[in-house]
Design a protein around this ligand. Structure first.
Ligand SMILES: *Cc1c(COP(=O)(O)O)cnc(C)c1O
Length: 403
């Protein structure tokens, strides 16, 4: 048996493994250093009480034969799908049928698996810097060519930087799929409806597909769109992936959903239109047996009045940290981006991004994430996250100010 040769093409050590290695080496050599981690891409606040109560109640139902549940519906329980349709979409004027929403165990699962619907020769574009999952999943599938000098030879990078205000332009060459993530990880920036329009127009004109990752929509404070479907015409060309991970602290609980309107179509080998919704159903039926009942009950509780209020408090806690980071860095003379509609702040580094990582670690005992790890246009930038405690965040900023 030969292994999939594409694994060998993946760049050596995964970004966060390299960071962990450097931090471990540093901590071993400096055992008294009190390191503060602002590189965390994971939530830290506990679950909402309403969510835990729903989970406990659902677990108790499993104790009696009358209320026990085995396999659930392949695509998710109606009680959760309907809550999503009503509160995340109908409230914004977007109508979805029950079978256009698919419940899953994670947006990483879905954004990495969605490429199974594309032909082998589908040509991909990503914004740069980028959440690595979109790139690596297509690389493993063999679509991206080779990784040479920090770039895949068969991938279109759409640069996002201070020069273009982090507003990417649609591809200048024909592509089949564009991955967008807004509010953005890692830059923390957003796009308005007007700024998303050119992408929808591009996709409609070139029969391209948009994969829209809205994992951070709960952090939006500035009125930018919560869904790609707020852009006219997006229903025919976009799939949207959302998650309870950052919205409601579900990173360890696991629940997410993907929306595929019936209008979204690709072409068969014989050039006849094919609904991607039907292909995804077929794929899920083959590869997935659903998210556990207690977890889907927990996710539905996010939409209860109490759940909404409690989750909003936690999001506000993180956004206060993001504001502290923005203001602290600006006061220290850095150019900062993001952090208004997202738990991420992106700053311009005075040196290259890995050197800045080492300086920050050595001189301030603060750990962040070098922008270069997110793609070629991330060089010269650095990501700090708002997921630590308020106290630690304040202390980290104080140390950075003293640098
Ligand atoms: C955290 C994150 C997700 C969420 O992934 P889950 O698998 O649902 O935990 C999705 N997309 C991006 C860009 C993220 O940063």
């Amino acid at each position: 048996m030969h292994v999939n040769p594409n694994f060998e093409k993946l760049p050596g050590s995964y970004l966060f493994a390299e960071i962990a290695r450097r931090v471990k080496t540093y901590a071993a050599a400096h055992p008294d250093a009190n390191l503060i981690k602002l590189g965390i891409g994971d939530v830290t606040r506990p679950l909402a009480p309403a969510v835990v109560e729903a989970m406990q109640k659902a677990a108790a139902e499993m104790l009696s034969a009358e209320t026990f549940r085995g396999y659930g519906p392949d695509y998710g329980y109606e009680f959760l799908i309907d809550a999503i349709r009503e509160q995340d979409y109908a409230s914004r004027g977007i109508t979805l049928t029950q079978d256009e929403v698919f419940i899953s165990d994670g947006a990483k699962t879905d954004t990495s698996a969605i490429q199974e619907l594309f032909s082998q020769d589908a040509y991909i574009a990503v914004t740069d810097p980028v959440y690595p999952v979109y790139v690596d999943s297509n690389a493993i599938a063999g679509r991206l060519g080779d990784f040479v000098d920090g770039r895949w030879t068969n991938l279109t990078y759409l640069p996002c930087n201070a020069e273009n205000g982090f507003v990417p332009s649609p591809p200048s060459e024909p592509v089949d799929v564009i991955y967008l993530c807004y509010p953005n990880n890692p830059t923390g920036t957003t796009l308005s409806v007007e700024q998303l329009k050119p992408f929808v127009e591009y996709a409609r004109k070139h029969n391209a597909l948009i994969i829209y990752d809205a994992a951070y929509k709960a952090f939006i404070t500035s009125g930018t769109p919560h869904s790609i479907y707020e852009v006219e015409g997006a229903r025919e060309v976009a799939i949207e992936c959302c998650s309870f991970s950052k919205t409601a602290g579900f990173t360890g609980v696991r629940c997410a959903y993907t929306v595929i309107p019936h209008e979204v179509k690709g072409f068969s080998a014989a050039e006849t239109p094919v609904e991607l919704n039907a292909l995804w159903k077929r794929r899920m039926g083959t590869k997935f047996n659903g998210v556990s009942y207690p977890v889907q009950r927990a996710a539905a509780a996010v939409y209860s009045t109490e759940g909404q209020r409690q989750c909003a408090e936690t999001v506000a806690y993180y956004l206060r940290n993001a504001a502290l980071i923005r203001e602290g860095l600006a006061a220290a003379g850095y150019s900062v981006f993001g952090g208004v509609d997202a738990p991420y702040v992106w700053l311009k580094t005075p040196v290259d991004s890995w050197s800045f990582f080492d300086i920050l670690l050595d001189k301030a005992h603060v750990v962040g994430t070098p922008g270069a790890g997110f793609g070629p246009s991330g060089e010269g930038y650095f990501r700090l996250t708002a997921f630590n405690t308020r106290e630690k965040t304040e202390e980290a900023l104080e140390r950075i100010r003293r640098l």
